[in-house]
Design a protein around this ligand. Structure first.
Ligand SMILES: Nc1ncnc2c1ncn2[C@@H]1O[C@H](COP(=O)(O)OP(=O)(O)OP(=O)(O)O)[C@@H](O)[C@H]1O
Ligand SMILES: [Mg+2]
Length: 364
């Protein structure tokens, strides 16, 4: 081995990537039943028949995205010549035109979005699907975004089925169970989605998941007894998000490396525990823009603030914003679980509304 190779070689890691959030393991413990269920729903696609549309929901960080990507990967491997899979996060594509154009891009045919109307994009997409003559399954992650901003997109996607022979199906994912409650009945009934609820992992389950990730990531014998339990326990106490456990492992391993050690110990974990917080709220906050971002910024400086005060602070710090508009943004932030509102009756003055930032979201 050359001297530079030796320098690249980690003392502890075999594959550091295996602790990253994007890494898709070849086995997902404790999700076998759901994997089977989703596979059953999608299986008709392999025979050119319409799949069962599926709606997956549950708390953050419990495998909804990775299970769906896992099944999509299996489906591509098994029937890639007959089925296309596309997976899109609707945070990033939250209008029908943006979403439809992105699907075309994912299928390898970029459309010039600007200048094309929605119907023109649909027409092109239909043309494309006819030419490919393959079944298509579309994964819509964080689907609440498109439901909120442009629910017609779902209808448009389903409508494509009327124009092509090979079927198009949807797997939709969200943290929230009731996102379709206010959707137009026509859209809801044509979705006809089977609901799958993902339950949070128990401590034992979290432990075995993290243990498997450690086996993929570290060289044998590197992780001391007790490390996984400590990380799993922290993750379960922080809302049950596996990403918290993975971050504990990564950070502890970093301390170990900095100390030049060759064993990740319970002491390493104890040093970093306080610095590892829930991640979902952070992820959602990072995605905000404009007014929503400004509101969160202002709320982060207060424990609780009354609406009228927030309003005047907003207008002082940023651009002028009407009461109604600010209220709309607040409703939105509340609906995605980033802020909390509390109303208090104040005699003749009517009701007062207090707002606060959710620092740690509790999901059921
Ligand atoms: N059963 C499992 N086995 C191995 N890794 C898992 C398992 N469940 C979750 N993970 C890992 O935990 C992390 C979070 O999972 P994932 O992204 O699927 O969560 P999610 O339910 O989609 O969360 P969110 O609602 O925030 O989008 C990923 O890195 C994923 O690989
Ligand atoms: Mg997800």
């Amino acid at each position: 081995m050359s001297i530079f190779q030796q320098l690249q070689e980690s003392k502890i890691y075999k594959n550091e990537q295996a602790l990253s959030m994007e890494f898709l393991p070849d086995f997902l413990p404790h999700r076998e039943t759901h994997i089977q269920q989703i596979a059953n729903n999608l299986n008709p696609l392999t025979k050119g028949r319409k799949p069962q549309n599926t709606f997956i929901f549950g708390a953050p960080g419990i495998g909804k995205t990775c299970v769906t990507r896992f099944v999509f990967r299996e489906l591509e491997n098994f029937a890639g010549e007959k089925v296309d899979t596309v997976f899109i996060n609707t945070w990033d594509y939250n209008t029908a035109t943006a979403l439809l154009a992105k699907i075309a891009v994912e299928l390898g045919y970029p459309l010039a979005r600007r200048g094309l109307s929605k119907d023109e994009i649909i027409e092109k997409l239909v043309e494309l699907l006819k030419r490919k003559n393959k079944s298509l399954i579309i994964g819509l992650d964080e689907v609440d975004q498109i439901v909120k901003k442009d629910e017609s997109a779902l209808y448009d996607l389903l409508r494509i089925n009327q124009y092509v022979n090979s079927p198009v199906g949807l797997v939709m994912i969200s943290n929230y169970e009731d996102i379709f409650a206010n959707v137009e009945p026509r859209i809801r009934s044509s979705l006809d989605a089977e609901e799958i609820k993902f339950k949070s992992y128990s401590l034992e389950e979290m432990k075995s998941i993290l243990k498997k990730r450690c086996e993929d990531a570290f060289k044998p014998g590197v992780v001391q007894e007790g490390v996984v339990l400590l990380c799993a326990n922290h993750a379960v106490n922080r809302g049950g998000d596996v990403r918290v456990g993975l971050e504990c492992l990564r950070k502890a391993a970093k301390v170990c490396e900095e100390e030049g050690g060759s064993k990740v110990t319970v002491e390493h974990v104890k040093k970093i525990l306080l610095g590892v917080k829930s991640v979902k709220v952070q992820i959602m906050q990072d995605r905000l823009e404009g007014v929503d971002k400004n509101i969160v910024e202002l709320l982060s400086k207060e424990k609780e603030i009354i609406f009228s005060k927030l309003n005047s602070k907003y207008n002082k710090s940023y651009e002028q914003l009407s009461d109604t508009s600010l209220k709309q943004h607040i409703n939105y932030l509340e609906s995605i679980g980033l802020i909390r509102t509390r109303e208090e009756r104040k005699g003749s003055q009517g009701r007062k509304c207090y707002l606060s930032l959710v620092r740690r979201k509790k999901f059921t």
